[in-house]
Every structure is written in C-alpha cells, then in structure tokens.
Design a protein around this ligand. Structure first.
Ligand code: DLL
Length: 435
C-alpha cells in the first residue's frame, strides 16, 4: 500500500529526532510568550525556552491535566487571538464544563493532513465511498475524519451519528465501501441489520475506520465477522487535536503515532516518572505544531506501550498498543482494582454472550457491590433460561478467576442494554463518591 506522506511517515529516526527537537523548541517558545498559564508554570520551575537543548529536556516542562484546561474555560489557554481561530470544538466531560479547544487555519490544515494519513494507512483510496457515523458537532470525530477522508479523495457521505436504519439504507443504496464510527456503534449496526434482514455479505462495504473508544481484539473480530469487513483502529483526543493522532496500517500491529507532530512519553501514572522503553504506562503527549491550542505534556490517562521497531509497512513512526484502559476508568471494589476491559475480555470469550454489557457499581450497607448485566444471544436465550443458574454461575466463576472478586451476574433480555451512536457507556457507578 502506498504511504500518504512518505517523506515524513518514513523518515529516518535520527532525522525525525532532529525535526522533533526543532519543533519542540519552537513550540515551547511560542507557548511561553503567549500563554500566561504556561509562562507562570515554567517560571515556577525555573525553566526558560532556551533551556530546551535536547529532546529529553521535555521532562523538565510542567505537565498539563484536565483541571488546568477546565480552570481556564473557555479560551484561557489559547495562544492566538480569537480573530485567528477559525474553529472550536469541545471534549465531552462527564461532569462540569467541557474543555474547549481551538484551531487556526494552519491547525486545520495539519489536522486534515493527519486524518488523511490515518485514513490512507487504514486502506482508504479515492474510489471509496466513506460513510460518516460520527457526530458533526462539538465532538472532534465527525469534522476531523471528514476533512481527512476528503483530502484522500474519497466520496464522503456525511450521515452523522444516529438513525441506524437510514445508515443501513444508504449503505445499500449508495454502495458505501467504508464505515467510520465507534466500534460499539458498528456492532449495534450489525444487530439492527440482522433484525431487519439485511445481509452485510451482499453489500460492497469492505473497510471500517473505528476509534474514539477502546475495542478489544474479540470485538474487532466480531465486527469483522458480522459486517464482512476489515476493521481498523485509530486514536486521538480533543485536547491535542482530535482523531489523526495515531492509526493502524495494514499490518494491524499497533497504531502509528504521527511523531513529527506529537512528542510522546510513557510515564508511571502514579509518579509521573518516565518508564523504560517498551513498558506499559500512561501516555503523555506534547503537540509540536499546534498554533491556537498548544499544550505541554498532556496527561492523557490512556494506558498503552510504545515500540519503535520497524514495521513491515515501511512507516518509521512509533507504534502504540491499542488503548484498552484509562487510569481514571479503574474501579476500586472492596479494595480490588478492576478495569472494565478485564471484564469485557472474560465475557467475550464465553459462547452465547452478546457484546453488550453494563457494569453496575453500588454501595450497600457501606460495602461496594458490583453487578455485571449481560445480554445473551436470542437463539440461546431460551436454552439458557432453562439453565440460567448454571450459566450465571459459570460467568461469575470465570470473572472471579480473573478479577479475584465474586460479582453478581444478571442475564438481561437481548436489546435491553442501552445502545448509543457514540461512545458506549459500560459502567454505571451509583456510589455517591464514585469510587
Ligand atoms: O475521541 C477523538 C477521536 C474521534 C479519536 C474519532 C478517534 C476517532 P475525545 O472525545 O476527546 O476525542 O476522547 C478522547 O477517547 O483519551 C481515549 O481515552 C479515547 N479514545 C480515543 N480513540 C481511542 C481508541 C476523541 N482508538 C479519549 N482506542 C482518549 C481507545 C480511544 N480509546
């Protein structure tokens, strides 16, 4: 497969490091002069832009977390006057005010280039018809991917999120070849198609660009089987740009991160200290070319590991492992740390369970209580009803063997767990303090 921008995506690592250093120095200078929050934060640490002499000096710069972004709501961290900002988006916080991010015309051009790389690496070509099922709104998914797909030359169908029947109708009538959505929405689409008698194997759909939420290998396989496509993963976050930060190539062995635009670090989530090469930890990103909304060392909370080993596709950009966990997703139940992805991995391995589940956490009489609600496939529902006790015990035992905790397992009717067109909600934490 051709590489979208081989000059950069395949540049030698020493050349890349040189470029990163030049860009880091320029970014730090830009921020220090223009964003009082960072001028103060750097002054407090006694560091000036001229002190950035080698790439490792990034470790001397202050971290940025969501709190800083919230405290400066809405435009307090912008490095340019609003006159130069041509677009804003916001990230969907679960509580309080959202985080607002801005883009200059130059930022939009960079963003377009980077989402074009992601689309192209996944296999999109100009003859494709790409159907967008991300929302076109404050969420970065819709507009972000749209521009990149157009740049590649694909025909974009800006259907936006929701209205699943209409999506399926357009796929049939237009001959859509590429679907762009969250993985959970793709699974929901498969379910709706099944219930309305639409057979994906008869449609031209061949490729999926999925992102914005974790997707296990089991879920990927399920999507590929049900939609008869190749499913690819891409990653990004509003605070550093949106989609376009990293994406899989045809080798599907990690997501190439656009290192010419993003400097990454993997740190210990508890201490913020850098971890040795290849170890799993929290991803920290410093964008190197942002104009309107540059941030230093953004704590993503996403857990991954990096490799710089060469990839067969010819890209030299480092690859990040699929993100399955966020540090702030971790549930502490009766003193045991549990990630929802651990539960998903158990469920997906059990025959008959559908890929829809909800983890409900509550506190009763001062004790944490966890229930896992699962849907079972229609065809096995009645059989299982006959032997429900044995089946739920089997699931509960499997969960116990992985997470070390007895949890209540409840079988619910197929279709009763809420589906969304965006990011799936897997956890309902009803404890007052949420932890
Ligand atoms: O989700 C940007 C995006 C849109 C990426 C479309 C890919 C496709 P936010 O709403 O700010 O931005 O959410 C960012 O979502 O920190 C991760 O926790 C999670 N996330 C994004 N992509 C992936 C992925 C967009 N491929 C947050 N795998 C991030 C796992 C992902 N988690």
């Amino acid at each position: 497969m051709p590489i979208w921008n081989a000059e950069y995506e395949s540049m030698t690592r020493p050349k890349l490091k040189e470029l990163q250093l030049r860009r880091l120095q320029a970014t730090v200078g830009w921020i220090y002069e223009r964003v009082p929050f960072y001028t103060r934060a750097m002054d407090e640490r006694g560091i000036r832009p001229k002190d950035i002499k080698v790439l490792e000096d990034v470790g001397r710069l202050p971290f940025t977390d969501k709190t800083a972004l919230r405290d400066t709501y809405p435009f307090g961290l912008f490095a340019v006057p609003l006159d130069d900002v041509v677009r804003v988006h916001s990230s969907s916080g679960t509580t309080g005010k959202p985080i607002v991010v801005g883009y200059t015309r130059g930022d939009i051009a960079t963003w377009t280039e980077l989402t074009a790389r992601v689309a192209s690496a996944a296999g999109v070509v100009r003859t494709d018809l790409a159907q967008m099922a991300f929302g076109y709104g404050m969420f970065t998914g819709g507009f972000g991917m749209h521009y990149g797909l157009e740049r590649v030359g694909a025909t974009v169908i800006p259907a936006s999120a929701g209205n699943t029947e209409r999506h399926i109708m357009m796929m049939q009538d237009f001959g859509t070849t590429v679907l762009v959505s969250t993985p959970s929405y793709a699974l929901y689409m498969a379910e709706v198609a099944e219930s309305t008698g639409v057979d994906f194997s008869t449609l031209p759909l061949r490729l999926g660009l999925f992102g914005a939420e974790p997707c296990s290998e089991a879920a990927r396989k399920e999507i590929e089987k049900k939609l008869h496509i190749v499913a690819t993963d891409n990653y990004g976050l509003s605070e550093v740009m949106g989609p376009g930060v990293a994406g899989e190539c045809e080798c599907a062995c990690g997501l190439h991160i656009a290192e010419d635009h993003f400097l990454w670090e993997i740190v210990d989530p508890a201490t913020g200290e850098p971890l040795p090469d290849g170890e799993e930890g929290e991803l920290v990103i410093t964008p190197l070319t942002k104009e309107a909304f540059p941030v230093l060392r953004y704590r993503t909370h996403d857990i991954t590991r990096m490799t710089t080993e060469t990839c067969e596709c010819g890209r030299t950009m480092a690859r990040m492992a699929k993100v399955r966990q966020r540090t702030d997703d971790m549930l502490i139940i009766r003193g045991v740390n549990i990630f929802p992805s651990q539960i998903e991995d158990v469920l997906f391995k059990i025959e008959g369970i559908r890929p829809h589940y909800l983890i409900v956490v509550d506190r009763k009489h001062g004790l944490d209580d966890m229930e896992v609600r699962i849907e079972v496939a229609e065809e096995v529902f009645s059989d299982i009803m006959a032997d429900m006790v044995a089946f739920t015990k089997h699931v509960s035992d499997r969960l116990h063997s992985v997470i070390g905790l007895h949890v209540k397992v409840t079988l619910v009717e197929p279709g009763s767990i809420e589906r969304t067109a965006g990011k799936a909600k897997r956890v309902l934490d009803q404890r007052e303090d949420g932890c």
